[in-house]
Design a protein around this ligand. Structure first.
Ligand code: HPA
Length: 240
């Protein structure tokens, strides 16, 4: 089974499949949001809205462990996640998509492992699943819009956006895009041996990359414009 973790504004993927059931899972880490079990052609898909429906749960308060554990309980072997991001690179613009191949973790206070009671050290030499990334890139050939292959995802704690100095630092460190939801999700999926890839949607230039102030309305506006393409990209990735 494929798991989809839908970020901000990505709820209409549910409408593209045949809904079998919707359920809340009781995990050792608490309840999951309602997960929709869908059929896309002959593929079973579990769709989990990261922020719960209605977007009332900010990035630093998401129960990432419950979300990942719930998908594992459902038998998901692979996960495609979507993440809204700001771009650190002038050539990667709002409206583009990017499939990251590495990350920098600047989160601070999130429960970030399933293993507090024993020493488990997962390997993250390849933090995102290269096969799934390839599948998404291929699926993207049939979709409008630019899809950038590879890049470094920087995850901040939020909920505030970044300062210009932080963005300069991230850029010097090799960061390509910045968001608030990609971690610890990617690592938790690895801890449970699930193949995980992310589709990042660039909604804005990060602070000081452009002179404009960043507003959440701007983020929502771009995501709204791009959600048809994103849904198509996910659909094509699932059925391929
Ligand atoms: N910074 C952090 N998270 C984000 C941004 C940003 O500029 N845009 C969308 N999510």
């Amino acid at each position: 089974m494929m798991g989809i973790i839908g970020g901000t504004g990505v709820y209409q993927i549910v409408e593209m499949g045949e809904l079998k059931e919707k359920k809340v899972l009781n995990t050792p880490f608490g309840e999951s949001p309602p997960v929709s079990i869908l059929k896309f052609e002959d593929q079973e898909v579990a769709f989990l809205p990261r922020h719960r429906e209605g977007h009332d749960n900010p990035p630093h308060m998401i129960n990432y462990r419950a979300n990942i554990y719930a998908l594992k309980m459902l038998g998901a072997e692979r996960i495609i996640a979507t993440n809204a991001v700001g771009s650190l690179d002038e050539s990667i613009k709002p409206g583009d998509f990017l499939i990251p191949d590495d990350f920098l973790d600047f989160t601070r206070k999130r429960p970030f492992t399933f293993y507090d009671d024993r020493a488990v050290h997962v390997d993250v030499t390849q933090p995102y699943c290269p096969q799934m990334a390839e599948t998404i890139i291929s699926a993207g050939r049939g979709v409008d819009g630019r899809l950038v292959k590879g890049g470094v995802y920087v995850c901040t704690e939020g909920p505030r956006f970044e300062t210009p100095a932080e963005i300069r630092m991230f850029h010097q460190m090799g960061g390509t895009v910045v968001g608030m939801t990609g971690l610890p999700e990617a690592v938790l999926a690895r801890e449970l041996e699930m193949c995980y890839a992310s589709i990042c949607m660039i909604s804005n230039f990060a602070a000081s990359v452009s002179t404009e102030k960043i507003t959440i309305d701007e983020v929502f506006e771009i995501l709204d414009e791009k959600k048809k393409e994103l849904t198509r990209l996910i659909y094509n990735s699932i059925i391929s």
